[in-house]
Design a protein around this ligand. Structure first.
Ligand SMILES: NC(=O)c1ccc[n+]([C@@H]2O[C@H](COP(=O)([O-])OP(=O)(O)OC[C@H]3O[C@@H](n4cnc5c(N)ncnc54)[C@H](OP(=O)(O)O)[C@@H]3O)[C@@H](O)[C@H]2O)c1
Length: 261
């Protein structure tokens, strides 16, 4: 019960990794604020599943591209809980396009959603946290590798990881830890959408080149995330933990492409 009497806000926890993390924390006694954008039914399912796992939960909708909506989200947390022990910036969104085709509005929307919402979120969250507070950003291997259609989101993830280091440096003296999880391919709606794009490589072709030869389940990302949020990670701050099945450890020539391997 590492999270008994702890309050955690997880953005984008109606689905995917955020949902798995909400249930993981709930199982260990957390009260989880299930944030989502519009998918009320999915958010409600997460709330019910957190409760069934032994935790407490309530949901709140906010479009993280909208500064006023971010303020409403944290005002609701302040009103209902009074404080926050963990803030997980997990929600992400973008349009996938060749790098030469991104228009100014694509750049603005992706950075507002994935970077500005994190920075403003940390500012609000830190005001509600005492010593022992935990902040976690969910990044992706697109922050350190280049591949088709991902430039805008990948660059925003790289910025996110830089902000993690700056916040860790500034919040360390207050005993608030700030870290990131950098995930590889994870079985979620957004991975289905990405690999479903016209002209994209089949996911099977990618997974053959990942040392673990498979995608992660959302739970396999949630468990190390829970570790970073726990007291077990009291001296870990400013780090990016790769949870990618070895994807970024490997490079060409890939074993699978060698005739005798
Ligand atoms: N899936 C992968 O393969 C993979 C790999 C590496 C990293 N990641 C990262 O892991 C994180 C979670 O990804 P996922 O695949 O688990 O997510 P997902 O299943 O696609 O869910 C996205 C979540 O974000 C919310 N959301 C979308 N747009 C929003 C907006 N404008 N404002 C507020 N919330 C919004 C959604 O709410 P609604 O349900 O209301 O729409 C939903 O809860 C992301 O940061 C992603 O970049 C994923």
């Amino acid at each position: 019960m590492r999270f008994a009497s702890k309050v955690a806000l997880i953005t984008g926890s109606s689905r995917g990794i955020g949902r798995a993390l909400a249930i993981t924390l709930g199982r260990e006694g957390a009260t989880v604020v299930v944030h989502y954008k519009q998918n009320h039914e999915a958010a409600q399912r997460t709330v019910e599943d957190v409760r069934a796992a032994g935790g407490q939960a309530w949901s709140f909708a906010a479009d993280l591209e909208d500064v006023a909506a971010i303020e409403h989200l944290f005002a609701a947390v302040r009103e209902r809980q009074g404080h926050l022990d963990a803030f997980v910036s997990n929600a992400a969104a973008t349009a996938f396009k060749p790098a030469l085709e991104f228009k100014p509005h694509h750049l603005e929307r992706t950075f507002n959603m994935n970077v500005r919402a994190f920075v403003l979120g940390v500012q609000h969250a830190a005001a509600l946290m005492g010593p022992g507070g935990r902040i976690l950003a969910v990044s992706s291997y697109g922050s350190v590798r280049g591949f088709p259609t991902y430039a805008n989101l990948g660059a925003s993830k790289a910025a996110l990881e830089a902000w993690v280091r700056y916040f860790a440096e500034e919040l360390g003296p207050r005993d608030i830890n700030v870290n990131a999880i950098n995930a590889g391919v994870v079985e979620t709606d957004s991975a289905d959408f990405f690999y479903g794009q016209k002209g994209m490589a089949p996911v099977e072709a990618v997974l053959r080149r990942v040392p673990k030869r498979r995608a992660a389940t959302p739970e396999e990302v949630a468990r190390p995330a829970a570790f970073l949020l726990s007291d077990d990670a009291s001296y870990i701050t400013g780090t990016v933990l790769m949870v990618d099945g070895g994807l970024t450890a490997a490079g060409p020539p890939y074993r699978v492409d060698c005739p005798d391997a």
